[in-house]
Write a protein that binds this ligand. Structure first.
Ligand code: DCP
Ligand code: MG
Length: 368
């Protein structure tokens, strides 16, 4: 009998990335609840130290709400040049092991170490070495997940944060996924989790009861992804040149919408989430597209292109409003609205995250 050949994937994610860097560089902030992000109580929290998280403070929360939850919270401005520099340092460490690296953001990457430059057969050993090297060279901790596919490696890295290492072996995957609450599945946002709950689906085991067809009926295209993932099947390769072509945020509504005022209201949190994602990816588009799906499932897209990359929240919002206004008579009712940025380019100078953001927009919006 020949043993099945599995890939060896590691997902690395830095712990409280921006906040840990600020605490490292400002010793007086160590052990204290801090929130990083421009704007203080008028802005939005990019991330919070673990001390602040104990009070319920988290990324994307308004600074105002954060201060309510934790009155002694210290707001610290962000320093993207330093975060980018650390990101390059950890990248150089990953490259000592493999060239198959897929960065997801400044602080996170997948590594395929099935065959690696050190000829080390045990992926867990590599993960331990990387964690140690990251600490030695940056004085920062990270967490690692080790498994045979990206989906499980990513979930695993989150399980024992901070400074944690979790391994999910192939024979453990099915039982692990059966026990896992669906809201912990990466890619299942709050809205989908809620929809699953209303269908009586709370865990992987519940999700497994549905056929491929039922999943497609309820969740469309991603239904097939859920079908495979819950069975531990994820063959996506670690993609080294992951050049994004577009970035989108969209949301489907429980009730169809028709008036301009109604739509503008639901559009605002989508605009904020969209801006947050562009900022986090440090990738902005010259083209902004408004996507609408009518109540009879007709898809409409309307775009506006600029000569430059639109990095300003107010400008993104006014483009979205103008596109909506120009097309308000083209439909009666809509059930979905989304924004997409294309013709993307990484920006060398980042805008201040959240300068103008005032709301806690949570994670209830589906993303691409
Ligand atoms: N970030 C942001 N806005 C968000 C989420 C994150 O600006 N809504 C930034 C700040 C984070 C960094 O991206 O430090 C990395 O994001 P993570 O989701 O990995 O969060 P952290 O590294 O801060 O914490 P964790 O230890 O949970 O990974
Ligand atoms: Mg992180």
């Amino acid at each position: 009998m020949t043993a099945a050949i599995y890939r060896k994937i590691i997902h690395i994610d830095m712990d409280a990335f921006y906040a840990s860097i600020e605490q490292r560089d400002h010793p007086e902030l160590r052990g204290k609840p801090i929130a990083v992000g421009g704007g203080g109580t008028r802005g939005v929290v990019a991330t919070a130290s673990y001390e602040a998280r104990q009070f319920g403070v988290h990324s994307a929360m308004s600074g105002f709400r954060a201060k309510q939850l934790c009155p002694q919270l210290i707001f610290v401005p962000s320093r993207f040049d330093v975060y980018r520099q650390v990101s390059q340092q950890i990248r150089a460490i990953f490259e000592e092991y493999t060239d198959l690296i897929e960065p997801l953001s400044l602080d996170e990457a997948y590594l395929d170490v099935t065959s690696n430059k050190k000829e080390e057969p045990i992926a867990t050993t590599i993960a331990q070495q990387i964690m140690q090297q990251v600490y030695d060279s940056t004085q920062l901790t990270c967490s690692a997940g080790v498994s045979y596919c990206k989906f499980l490696a990513k979930i695993a890295s989150d399980l024992k944060k901070p400074n944690g290492l979790t391994v999910i072996k192939p024979h453990q995957a099915v039982a692990f996924l059966e026990d896992l609450p669906v809201k912990k599945f990466h890619g299942v946002g709050k809205v989908t989790a809620e929809k699953m709950r209303s269908l009586g689906i709370q865990t992987g085991a519940d999700l497994k009861q549905l056929t491929k067809l039922e999943l497609a009926q309820h969740f469309g295209k991603v239904g097939r992804f859920y079908f495979n993932i819950v069975r531990g099947i994820d063959n996506r390769p670690v993609n080294t040149n992951r050049i994004r072509k577009s970035l989108a945020v969209e949301r489907t509504f429980k009730k169809d919408l028709s008036t301009f005022e109604e739509i503008i209201e639901v559009l605002e949190p989508i605009v904020l989430k969209f801006f947050e994602r562009l900022t986090k990816a440090n990738n902005f588009g010259r083209t902004i597209t408004l996507k609408l799906k009518t109540s009879d499932f007709q898809l409409m897209t309307r775009s506006a292109s600029k000569e430059y990359h639109v990095t300003n929240l107010d400008e993104i919002r006014s483009i979205a409003h103008a596109l909506l206004k120009d097309n308000i008579n083209s439909f009666e009712k809509i059930r979905l609205i989304g924004l997409t940025a294309s013709n993307l380019q990484q920006q060398t100078i980042l805008p201040q995250v959240g300068e103008q953001l005032r709301f806690d927009f949570g994670e209830e919006y589906s993303e691409d």
